[in-house]
Design a protein around this ligand. Structure first.
Ligand SMILES: Cc1cc2nc3c(=O)[nH]c(=O)nc-3n(C[C@H](O)[C@H](O)[C@H](O)COP(=O)(O)OP(=O)(O)OC[C@H]3O[C@@H](n4cnc5c(N)ncnc54)[C@H](O)[C@@H]3O)c2cc1C
Length: 466
């Protein structure tokens, strides 16, 4: 019987094992081992539930537009749990000149659908507002000059809207998701829908306006009432227990005529297929002896993240602006990158009368905090929040999580490198590269990819048996 090793039990590895388990229940025959280095499954997906607070240590939602996480949740019987963000109160603030300023209504990232709302906003100078208006008028010119090659997010945003928009909201919005540097991130890899909009309309504003009028206004984010951890828990419940090995760090893999060998401190085992779902740094190191060229293509920068959640029992003790939270542009003297007002973004995250703030640090600040203890990290986060929001009461609960090098940076040319990598991987029979280093960092993409890999394995297996 064919044997599959899944290396890494984050959402990517768990989703692959879950799909394999589903196919096994339908009659497909194979054996699976899921190797996870730590003592728990889920990786960056982790929900802490305590005293009525639901605190996400990693992802807190998925992008509604992409259906694959919702489909999985429904399949797992979590349809009742699927919950939109509270978009009626959606407002995001940016810290400018030490004050929180609301982004104009109707923005999709840095692109406004409503130029009247933009004009009424105090966030931008007259010049930046003019640059927005001009972008619509420049549609033809932008269309004619659409680059044929990849460029950085910074160059793309600057071409459309100029420096001020890039610095005030472009960079902080992108850093809030990727923790990275807009001068290096690939626009084709991380803002593909905007590149399509440019190709179709020249002007991003015109493209957005044409879409807003035709698409129904779904909430931008979707989550689960009891937290994202439930998605992982439900998948685990559907995976045979004897497939899962915790505290099983894979130390080497090799490939040859006999197939794949996977080594952990407990021994070496042979497999016919390998689903590599460990973080890209680990995957690269493990695969370097197998294919040096593939390993080189997997080299990329990664940003670390530190998340600090504060649960307050008495919301009456301090007020927060209405909205989802705020972003902090680089160049301010704050270490913080972003903060989510969790109880306003989603329902059912706090006990009656409670409040939940989630502070997010990325880049260099996260690297520095990586060396601090939990108490020190929480103290820094509280001080940073208090500088912006005013004095905060004593939290009822505090959760600190560090995710070193957890956000791979898709640099300019990423898509081309990934096509090359895909070609190399084809020469290594039975290898799949899964996880957030390759074709998207968001949960829906990871789920779609991992489930597709499991189905491909079974189809190939069945074709070979015929
Ligand atoms: C703070 C933060 C917030 C985020 N927010 C969102 C969000 O709101 N929405 C969204 O869609 N995405 C979000 N993301 C992105 C998303 O959470 C990640 O891309 C995704 O969870 C990564 O899953 P993964 O399975 O690829 O990797 P991981 O979760 O990193 O899992 C990899 C697993 O491999 C294991 N491992 C490592 N080495 C070995 C080894 N040698 N042998 C065996 N196992 C090994 C690790 O222990 C880990 O469990 C966020 C990311 C971060 C860091």
């Amino acid at each position: 019987m064919k044997r599959v090793a899944v290396i890494g039990g984050g959402i990517a590895g768990v989703a692959a094992a879950y799909e394999l388990a589903r196919l096994a229940r339908e009659g497909a025959e194979f054996q699976v081992v899921l190797f996870e280095a730590s003592t728990r499954l889920g990786g960056i997906v982790e929900t802490v539930r305590e005293g009525g607070f639901v605190i996400e240590c990693g992802p807190d939602a998925w992008v509604t537009e992409k259906p694959w996480a919702r489909e999985l949740a429904e399949e797992l019987g979590l349809g009742d749990e699927v919950m939109p963000s509270n978009d009626a109160g959606r407002k995001t603030y940016v810290l400018i000149d030490k004050k929180l300023q609301a982004m104009p209504n109707g923005m999709r990232m840095m692109v406004p659908a409503d130029l009247d709302a933009l004009d009424a906003s105090e966030m931008f100078s007259a010049e930046a507002k003019q640059a927005y208006h001009d972008e619509v008028r420049r549609a033809e010119e932008l269309s004619a000059n659409t680059p044929t090659r990849d460029e950085s997010v910074g160059e793309f945003v600057r071409r459309h809207f100029g420096d001020e928009v890039l610095e005030k909201i472009g960079a902080p919005l992108l850093s809030g998701v990727f923790g990275g540097d807009v001068a290096k991130l690939s626009v084709r890899a991380v803002m593909a829908p905007f590149v399509t909009m440019e190709q179709e309309h020249g002007s991003l504003i015109a493209a957005l306006q044409s879409r807003v009028s035709t698409s129904k206004a779904d909430a931008i984010f979707t989550t689960l009432r009891s937290g994202m951890g439930t998605l992982v828990d439900r998948m685990i419940a559907a995976i045979p227990e004897d497939w899962v090995r915790l505290s099983a760090e894979v130390r080497f893999v090799s490939y040859g005529e006999e197939g794949w060998l996977v080594g952990t401190p407990r021994g070496v085992e042979r497999f016919d297929a390998l689903m590599m779902a460990a973080p890209v740094d680990v995957a690269r190191t493990l695969l370097a002896p197998v294919d040096e060229n593939a390993a080189q293509l997997m080299e990329m920068e990664a940003s670390s993240a530190v998340v600090v959640g504060f649960g307050f029992s008495d919301a009456a003790k301090f007020s927060m602006p209405q909205g989802f939270g705020f972003l902090v542009p680089r160049g301010s003297d704050n270490l913080l990158l972003a903060c989510t007002f969790v109880d306003q973004k989603f329902d059912d995250r706090v006990p009656q009368g409670g409040r939940l703030l989630r502070a997010f640090f990325g880049g260099k600040a996260a690297d520095r905090l990586m060396r601090c203890g939990n108490d020190e990290t929480a103290a820094v986060a509280r001080m940073e929040l208090a500088r912006i929001l005013g004095p905060l009461p004593e939290p009822q609960m505090t959760v600190v999580r560090r995710w070193p090098r957890s956000l791979p940076q898709y640099g300019v040319g990423h898509l081309e490198r990934m096509s090359e990598l895909t070609e190399r991987v084809k020469t290594l029979d039975g290898l799949w590269l899964l996880g957030n280093g390759y074709r998207g960092v968001g949960l829906p993409d990871l789920i779609r990819d991992s489930r597709a890999a499991a189905r491909q394995f079974v189809q190939r297996n069945e074709a070979a048996a015929r």
